[in-house]
Design a protein around this ligand. Sequence first.
Ligand SMILES: [Zn+2]
Length: 138
Amino acid sequence: MASKQNYVKKMEAKNQLKTDAGIIADRFPTVAGIVINMTYYHNAENPILMHRTVNFFPESHAFFNLECMIKGCEEGGFNLKRIISKQIKDKKKVIRGEMSCKGKSGDLRANHSSIDYEINISYSKKTKKKAAKKTKKK
Ligand SMILES: [Zn+2]
């Protein structure tokens, strides 16, 4: 039962982090959507573990800490928060990079897991010209 309690605690902690992260529309009002394409690698003969696409919408939580897919990896994961914040600041549409999991637990090696990522951000085209575009009288 202890493990179930731990699990519940973990989920609660994660939900709290998500709540603390806020909503994308509040944090990054210029963002219309974010799509992250990832390839997960692990330290094995066939290194590609999986491909994954994650979508974020303006109403999504601005929580970009993606979990490590390796069983038993406790504190690991891939936190793209800083990268995405910078990308939005720079108004870049697409960036690519790689990151390795810093999680360590038990016999997990330092290079047990990494990702290639491509982050696509679309920005809302909010213009103040809307008012100027009056509907023509018929
Ligand atoms: Zn990991």
